[in-house]
Ligand binder design. Structure first.
Ligand SMILES: [Zn+2]
Length: 377
């Protein structure tokens, strides 16, 4: 705790300053600053300071300036949003860092792309107007009389005197650190919006050097995509669309070929079916086929008058009985029951088509043998 300090304690959505305290040539890094009642607590990287020591403080100005840029930019983005979207816009929350800031505002619907661009342009125009940022302490009643309750966008501060920050037409009670002229903000780049709750939109943006870095990151993304597709960035949308359409077409073609292949396999299965007592019998492992594939295949084989039991290595079974089998009184449900029992499960269905399965998929061979026996019953 110091008798006075230049370091800003975390508050109002702005992180704490960092810096150093120096005593007789020895430096202590300040890694956090917090307000506790009327006192400001400085957290140091190492112990060693005694009560009564005289220290010289230094603020990490790079960090401070990045926060201040984002803070003053928040006031501008907020006021620009009000101009573009309407006077109903009210600040619902804000958070700044060295790289980003976010502003939550009340708005009854999603902000459109066009509105967002207009807000961004408006905020940048106000930067370029090189407006001085004016801060003054005023008695609360006088400030309220002068500026109304719109002062309290960022919350109502305590105390008889309040600090009023004025950036052009934006006037707020605010204790945060600001740049002294809007020109010091540099560029403001809005990065995204998000609906965080009903009636509250979050706008995320970067200011100053962070805005330049954000744009560079986007350039890298574009360059990466251009490299992959081997076209200049301006041709990316059309090329990407072409590649996507081609991919969709190929996916369809693969689907068609798969079906054709499956049908060819089934034809050869039907041709190799074992004849037994006047019935064509197909009992077959079908790899890891899912239940739909099994059902489809079994139905097609039954159409060719086969009596069928198909099993998948995942423990699924499907049986189907063709016309000749049905005439002999065979029932797909009975075949499935016998086979599924070997897998430790069960199943059932209509005489012509039934499905089942069980947890002991490793006993598939036994299950298929049991099903084959049931076909002779
Ligand atoms: Zn503020």
């Amino acid at each position: 705790v110091l008798d006075r300090t230049l370091l800003y304690p975390e508050g109002g959505g702005q992180p704490a300053d960092h810096g150093t305290l120096e005593r007789a040539g020895q430096e202590f890094a300040v890694v956090d600053v917090q307000k506790s009642g009327d006192a400001v607590l400085h957290k140091l990287n190492q112990p060693g300071l005694q009560k009564g020591d005289r220290v010289t403080g230094k603020v990490d100005m790079r960090r401070r300036l990045a926060h201040a840029r984002h803070h003053t930019a928040t006031h501008l983005v907020h006021d620009s949003a009000k101009r573009i979207l309407g006077r109903h816009v009210w600040q619902a929350g804000a958070q700044k860092s060295e790289e980003r800031a976010r502003l939550d505002i009340s708005h009854y619907r999603r902000i459109t792309e066009a509105e967002l661009k207009a807000i961004e342009l408006e905020a940048n125009r106000r930067v370029m107007e090189l407006t001085a940022v004016d801060t003054q302490f005023l008695p609360r009643e006088e400030a309220e009389k002068l500026f109304g309750f719109e002062l309290y966008q960022g919350g109502v501060p305590p105390g008889k005197q309040i600090r009023v920050v004025r950036v052009g037409t934006d006037i707020e009670a605010c204790a945060g650190t600001h740049v002294t002229n809007t020109g010091m903000i540099g560029a403001i780049k809005i990065l995204r919006t998000e609906r965080i709750q009903d009636g509250v939109e979050r706008i995320e943006f970067a200011a100053g050097e962070a805005a330049v870095r954000a744009v560079q990151e986007r350039d890298d993304l574009l360059a990466g995509a251009s490299g992959v597709l081997r076209v200049p960035a301006e041709q990316l949308p059309r090329t990407a669309e072409g590649v996507f359409e081609e991919w969709k077409g190929q996916a369809k073609e693969i689907e068609r070929l798969k079906e054709e292949l499956a049908r060819a396999r089934l034809r050869s299965l039907a041709a190799e079916a074992k004849e037994w007592d006047g019935l064509k019998i197909v009992v077959q492992r079908m790899g890891k086929a899912d239940i739909d594939e099994l059902l489809k295949a079994a139905a097609l084989l039954a159409e060719q008058d086969c009596t069928v039991l198909l099993g998948s290595e995942t423990g699924k079974l499907v049986a189907a009985v063709g016309k000749s089998g049905l005439e002999k009184g065979l029932k797909a449900g009975a075949i499935i029951k016998a086979a599924a029992k070997a897998l430790g499960g069960g199943g059932g269905g209509r005489p012509e088509l039934a499905q089942g399965g069980g947890p002991n998929a490793e006993r598939l061979e036994e299950a298929l043998a049991a099903g084959r026996e049931a076909m002779r019953a």
